[in-house]
Design a protein around this ligand. Structure first.
Ligand code: GLV
Ligand code: MN
Ligand code: MN
Ligand code: MN
Length: 403
């Protein structure tokens, strides 16, 4: 087994989800904290101390020259997962960062500039609804007031959960001092589609992250009895919500290149013999052109109002997050391509902390091939060989950037 795979093997049993399959590692919950303990122990073994900043980002520095932390090169990813996710989304980038340090040391590299490692909390937004919450707080892309009030599915606020994890809610927010240390950021991530399979290559350099957002539709109807309520007397918000799901697919199909998804839908109170009184559904829309994303959401929202009214229901639509399309720093991407001349350039439909950081510091990404082309699923995969090739590519890139 390659060294990169060995690192991942140590956490292969942490956060397995026996009900959904795969892994459920929500931010600040036990499994994600266990992964963080593993990560800190791995840093320790390398003589690298971990420090958690006021937004919960965990940093470590390899700084053999002992120079001030400025104009550094930083790499890293995340350890939280979606519900029932794969083993590689996040942890592959973290393991590759550790392996890259080992490779550089094996090569006898003694960097003149500090190399940083970073792990960001709540990249998936699967617990508090807003993806890349740690990097958004760090960069000021979300206000601390809004972040602290976000709630998880059990009604716990981000403030309370973060406090229980040892963070001070008063400290959250844009941290220019922490960011000023970062000269360049490079995130390695498992590819989340089949781009590299189609191209027959193990590693790609990222071109852009396509724009994406999340909207919450709340449909209000009338809760009632499944047996006594005649069909003509019903105001069933779940029926209206089901039609909104279909409308989202239809509107997306009319705008080529759009990805529109409803992956979460919550009827309240949620009983087999109960007509729901309210349904929340979450719509995820992505398109390379931000204007198309906006047009699709406007059209789905308009149709939702009509579909709800036809069932005697009402609907409210709220934007939960919106990230425009991000083109990574062209000069930096060219530099990575110079180091990895056989690596193709690939755009991605998945969101990443590197996409958020790109607004403040030159950022880049590497993708490692996923032979199934499937992600956010237990089927996500990366072969032993490719995992190591990705780490070697990352080490090559870091060596060049540090030189
Ligand atoms: C996270 O991986 C996302 O793209 O939603
Ligand atoms: Mn990820
Ligand atoms: Mn993900
Ligand atoms: Mn992601």
């Amino acid at each position: 087994m390659s060294e990169t795979s060995q690192l991942l093997a140590a956490i292969a049993d942490t956060g397995r989800d026996p009900v959904r399959g795969g892994y459920s590692r929500p931010v600040f919950a036990a499994a994600e904290r266990e992964l963080l303990d593993w990560y800190v122990a791995e840093l320790d073994r390398r003589g690298l101390g971990a420090e958690t900043d006021r937004n919960g980002v965990v940093w470590a520095w390899w700084n053999p020259a002992g120079v001030p932390l400025q104009d550094t090169v930083v790499t890293g990813s995340h350890l939280d997962s979606v519900p029932g996710g794969g083993a590689f989304d996040g942890p592959l980038g973290v393991a590759s960062a550790l392996r890259a340090v080992d490779l550089l040391r094996e090569r006898g590299v003694v960097p003149a500039r500090p190399l940083g490692l970073a792990v960001f909390p709540e990249e998936e937004g699967s617990r508090f609804g807003v993806a890349c919450l740690g990097s958004r707080l760090l960069t000021g892309a979300i206000t601390p007031e809004r972040a602290l009030g976000l709630t998880d599915p059990d009604g716990n606020t981000f403030a309370d959960v973060a406090r229980a994890a040892g963070l001070d809610p008063a400290g959250f927010g844009r941290d220019d001092e922490a960011l000023a240390r970062v000269g360049t950021f490079v995130e390695l991530h498992v590819e989340q589609g089949r781009g590299l399979v189609d191209l027959g290559a193990p590693v790609a350099v990222a071109g852009s992250v396509i724009g994406h957002g999340r909207w919450r539709f709340t449909v209000h109807g009338q809760g009632n009895h499944a047996g006594t309520t005649l069909l003509e007397d019903r105001r069933d918000p779940l029926l209206a919500a089901a039609r909104v799901v279909v409308a989202a697919r239809e509107v997306a199909a009319a705008h080529p290149g759009t990805r529109a998804t409803v992956g979460r839908l919550q009827p309240v109170p949620g009983g087999t013999n109960v007509i729901a009184s309210r349904v929340d559904l979450w719509l995820d829309v992505r398109h390379p052109e931000d204007a198309v994303t906006a047009a699709v959401v406007a059209e789905v929202s308009r149709r939702a109002v009509e579909l709800a009214a036809a069932e005697g229901c009402t609907v409210q639509v709220r934007e939960e997050s919106l990230s425009p399309t991000v083109a990574f720093d062209a000069g930096l991407a060219r530099r990575l391509s110079g180091v990895l001349p056989t690596a193709p350039r690939l755009d991605t439909g998945a969101g990443h902390d590197a996409g958020v950081l790109a607004g403040r510091v030159p950022s880049a990404m590497l993708f490692t091939r996923n032979p199934t082309g499937v992600s956010h699923s237990p089927e996500e995969f990366c072969t032993d060989d490719d995992a190591e090739l990705g780490s070697v590519a990352l080490a090559d890139v870091l060596q060049d950037l540090l030189g």
